[in-house]
Design a binder for this molecule. Structure first.
Ligand code: SIN
Length: 327
């Protein structure tokens, strides 16, 4: 996809096949004019792709559709990915079913995160649809990490540009039991999903915009820093998602479909509705390897004073066994 061919001279994009209206000051837009039960034309879809990169999250209200329509829509963006730890549908593992109710409390989404950043190639986008919503509550908060990055001082930007951090599927480890079989199973997952290095500042492959790519759910350590330095830097960066100016809070109605760009956003599902029912279906679109600008090499990092640097054996990719991160 190219960026900008729909821009007018003032850098404002014009859409012909869809209607796009901003939903918040910095990012988020509502899109209308789409019938999801019919195949989408290439032009309309191209505009949706552009709008997603421009606005970071798109909201489609009254999006009457069947699960298959949502899957078909997701597949237009690329291959769907299968979440290794989520409640996936038996028939279609690419489909995650969040059917939370009295007997099934929500789990693991009430923390700021970008989806599955423990993977070498985290999903580029997530498409979530509300089937049944509670009377009150159950909103999802989104934070633009592009806005968060842009809000930093030049000194801070210079400091973090080029750093890398380690991401790990730590929150899901509690899903495994403590018996021998479960521990073996967990080890298999640790081999499949070793701790992964990603740039702290990610460059969006389409827009070229920079965003903060660390999140409290999966990011555990800044490469080349001691435990204490890393923790204080990460805490400061994690806190930026909480700044109201960088946020859009989405209130759900049944038949609302939302798609967001994981390369530039984080989200947080508010667990305030339980034990009411909230039923959602989600597909994620496979993404590419996050790229930074001038990703730092390890020698340069080592030249700084780092009493307890993370070992350089932590994976850049591939499926190496999990390494010790802390000495
Ligand atoms: C998620 O983290 O993908 C779930 C978001 C939600 O349930 O609102």
């Amino acid at each position: 996809m190219t960026w900008g061919h729909l821009m007018d001279g003032a850098g404002i994009k014009t859409y012909f096949k869809i209607q796009v209206e901003k939903a918040a000051a910095y990012f988020a837009a509502e899109v209308s004019g789409i019938d999801f039960t019919q195949p989408l034309g290439a032009e309309a879809f191209g505009e949706i792709e552009q709008a997603l990169c421009e606005h970071e999250i798109l909201i489609f209200r009254d999006a009457e559709m069947a699960t298959e329509d949502q899957i078909r829509f997701g597949k237009m963006f690329g291959d769907l990915s299968v979440h290794p730890f989520s409640p996936n549908s038996d028939e279609t593992p690419e489909l995650i079913v969040f059917d939370n109710n009295e007997d099934n409390p929500p789990f693991g989404t009430d923390i700021w995160h970008s989806d599955e950043t423990f993977r070498e190639c985290p999903p580029m986008a997530t498409c979530l649809r509300a089937l049944e919503v509670p009377k009150v509550g159950g909103d999802t908060l989104f934070a633009s990490m592009t806005a968060a990055y842009e809000g930093l001082s030049d000194r801070m930007k210079n400091f973090i540009d080029g750093l890398e951090a380690i991401h790990d599927f730590k929150p899901f480890k509690q899903l495994f039991g403590n018996d021998v079989e479960s521990r073996k199973n967990l080890q298999q997952y640790e081999l499949m999903y070793p701790p992964m290095r990603h740039p702290v500042v990610r460059v969006h492959p389409v827009t070229g915009k920079k965003s903060l790519f660390v999140n409290p759910q999966f990011t555990i350590q800044v490469v080349g820093m001691g435990e204490f330095e890393s923790r204080s830097l990460l805490t400061d960066l994690f806190d930026l998602a909480k700044v109201p100016e960088y946020q859009y809070r989405h209130h759900w109605y049944a038949n609302t479909l939302v798609i967001w760009d994981n390369r530039s956003l984080q989200h947080y599902a508010v667990h305030d509705y339980w034990p009411e029912r909230r039923s959602m279906e989600r597909v994620t679109i496979a993404g590419d390897r996050p790229q930074g600008e001038g990703t730092s090499d390890l020698k340069e990092l080592r030249s700084r004073k780092t009493p307890h640097p993370v070992e350089d054996s932590v994976s850049h990719g591939g499926h190496a066994p999990k390494r010790q991160l802390h000495r």
